[in-house]
Design a protein around this ligand. Structure first.
Ligand SMILES: Nc1ncnc2c1ncn2[C@@H]1O[C@H](COP(=O)(O)OP(=O)(O)OP(=O)(O)O)[C@@H](O)[C@H]1O
Ligand SMILES: [Mg+2]
Length: 340
């Protein structure tokens, strides 16, 4: 019997194999030949092709806003990824712990289950991603004490108040780092009259995006002038980037305020000492901890490894299923395994 832990994310997929650790960390993308439908590549190589393919190649990103949006592509991607890292078959089936968004519906979870090729999988346990991130980061959330985790991924933001090993209150937003990229490319199109590819815009945001204006440095971006149709290099100021992503960032801040407002006062007060734990790639946006502190008065710190916390937490659970039985049993009914 092989056991694996998976974080199947909108942008990145990570797999941990029991006894081996993290063995797969690739983009969630798969490229098909348009004519034959054969798989050309998957993972980082396929993601590199986005925006640069000839008409005969189609690159699919099987997840959108944290859930499966192209079932066939998700299934194919998972089969290829899992087969690359572990041997399994009917006689030696897989057991899987998978991270899922905290407010996923039963129907959405079913698509994850189906995509995992249920015939050769003997068991699937789902764990809400903020819970997995807390476990993976060694946060002490088993005590009767509030622990607030915000996971800002590519497609979703998951906010959860944990206590006694369970989610007390959670909120989620179908807004993540990709919404920031979209807001930035729209700004460039509408205000600067230049077109920029998603990958270029994303890389520019990693280097120059700021949730709170701290530095005033200017950056250069390669684009296409919409008037002339010619490639140009444009200077973009820090204030412009900041302004362009302000709206999606404010949605995240608003959701945090709503969560704090809805939890029992004693739990909210615990956060005064502990602070807020940030995880997920989108939380790496510069100035985000400062902005959240300014808006809530609470300390905000990144967990040790924001891009790996969820899979590491799923891996910790997998390595000691008995110790974490109480966590698996406390999952909402929609995603709870029927026989733990
Ligand atoms: N320094 C940075 N600033 C802003 N965004 C960043 C930075 N580094 C990474 N990101 C963004 O983080 C995202 C990837 O994060 P992560 O792997 O946590 O997402 P995911 O788990 O695939 O998505 P989701 O959880 O929403 O399904 C990408 O969209 C990437 O652009
Ligand atoms: Mg994620």
């Amino acid at each position: 019997m092989s056991d694996i832990a998976i974080d199947l994310g909108t942008a990145n997929t990570l797999i941990h194999v029991k006894g081996k650790g993290l063995v797969f960390n690739e983009a969630t993308a798969i490229a098909f030949d348009e004519n034959t439908n054969a798989v050309i590549s998957f993972g980082n190589i396929a993601a590199e092709m986005v925006g640069r393919t000839p008409p005969s190649i189609r690159v699919v990103r099987p997840l959108s806003t944290g859930v499966v949006s192209d079932f066939a592509a998700a299934r194919m991607y998972l089969q290829l990824a899992i087969r690359q890292v572990v041997r399994y078959n009917r006689w030696s089936p897989l057991r899987v712990v998978i991270g899922v968004p905290s407010r996923i519906s039963g129907a959405e979870f079913k698509t994850f289950q189906d995509a995992l090729d249920s015939t050769k999988i003997s068991k699937i346990w789902a764990v809400q991603e903020p819970v997995a991130a807390a476990i993976g980061s060694g946060l002490d959330f088993g005590l009767p004490k509030g622990c607030l985790v915000i996971d800002i991924g590519a497609g979703t933001t998951d906010l959860a108040m944990l206590s006694l090993g369970r989610v007390v209150q959670s909120r989620s937003l179908r807004v993540g780092a990709e919404a920031l990229t979209a807001a930035f490319t729209n700004y460039l199109k509408n205000e600067r009259r230049i077109n920029v590819g998603d990958k270029t815009a994303e890389e520019f945001l990693h280097a120059h995006g700021q949730a709170k204006l701290i530095s005033r440095a200017t950056g250069k971006i390669n684009a296409v002038d919409m008037k002339t149709g010619l490639p140009v290099q444009s200077d973009i100021t820090a204030a412009e980037v900041h302004g362009a992503i302000k709206e999606p960032v404010s949605l995240i801040v608003g959701e945090l305020r709503r969560l704090l407002d809805s939890v029992p006062p004693d739990l909210a007060a615990d956060i005064l000492n502990e602070g807020i734990h940030l995880t997920g790639g989108g939380s790496l946006l510069k100035g985000l901890p400062d902005l959240l502190k300014e808006q809530t008065g609470l300390q905000c710190n990144h967990v040790e490894d924001p891009l790996k916390a969820v899979v590491e937490g799923c891996g910790v659970i997998l390595d000691d299923l008995d110790a974490y039985k109480f966590v698996l049993e406390s999952m909402p009914d929609e995603i709870r395994s029927s026989s733990i």
